[in-house]
Design a protein around this ligand. Structure first.
Ligand code: 13P
Length: 249
């Protein structure tokens, strides 16, 4: 049985002060949470997050990683640097990185490799745009995004990874994929992996992301192939985030 994971993606939000309050609130409410919980913070707050979460059972990580380990890459942050701050997770290939920062499938695959190379769990985001869904190419798009990673790292690499299905049209829009729509894509992803390695498919956690809230989380996470959530907006409010964590069983 796969454990439920609820991960917050704070994106480019917060301040030192607000993050302190947010983490205090989350820590205080963890008593009745059974799910695995993690938060992915902006780089500059990782030291604060590490200090505040020391001794707690809340994991944390970054939202991106450089493909290279060091060198003349102005503005980039490498795997060894993230190791310095104890990061356990790294989001790779978020749709905002893909669309706003021109990240190609191959770039995402190399970031996935960088995270694993330095002992962190990549949270690999995949998902289709509205035009792609309307064009009936959702499965094709998600398969292409997964294939880039599998081609570089092999299917067994997914043993140490998390996948997040995030339909782009549902991110930050208030539009959520219905449990049936989300389950269909999650099942497709798992079946595709099972075609290469059944044990990896059975093990890998596949999260849903896109306007997940306390009110819709339980129904989504109850689907057989949905193993938790990657949460944007609702992860910025302790009670909302905790509400989703509790919906995870
Ligand atoms: P929202 O929960 O704000 O829709 O964001 C989802 C997301 O992009 C998480 O990575």
């Amino acid at each position: 049985m796969r454990q439920v994971l609820v991960a917050g993606n704070w994106k480019m939000n917060g301040s030192r002060e607000s993050i302190k309050g947010l983490l205090d609130g989350i820590k205080a409410g963890m008593g009745d949470v059974n799910a695995q919980v993690a938060v992915c913070a902006p780089y500059v707050y990782l030291a604060d997050v590490q200090a505040q979460l020391a001794g707690s059972n809340i994991g944390f990580g970054a939202q991106d990683i450089a493909t290279e380990d060091s060198g003349a890459y102005t503005g980039e942050v490498s795997g060894p640097m993230l190791n310095d701050f104890g990061c356990q997770y790294v989001i790779v290939g978020h749709s905002e990185r893909r669309s706003l920062f021109c990240e190609a499938d191959e770039d995402t695959a190399r970031k996935f490799a960088a995270a694993r190379r330095h002992g962190m769990t990549p949270i690999l985001c995949v998902g289709e745009s509205l035009a792609e869904r309307e064009g009936n190419v959702t499965e094709e798009v998600v398969a292409r995004q997964l294939d880039a990673v599998i081609a570089l790292e092999g299917v067994a690499a997914l043993n140490d990874a998390v996948i997040a299905y995030e339909p782009v049209w549902a991110i930050g829009t208030g539009l959520t994929a219905s449990p049936e729509q989300a389950q269909a894509v999650h099942a497709f992803i798992r079946a595709k992996i099972a075609g290469l390695d059944a044990a990896v498919a059975e093990k890998v956690q596949i999260l849903y992301g896109g306007s997940m809230k306390p009110g819709n989380a339980a129904e989504l996470i109850a689907q057989p192939d949905i193993d938790g959530g990657l949460i944007g907006g609702a992860a910025l409010v302790a009670d909302d985030f905790l509400g989703i964590c509790r919906a995870g069983g």
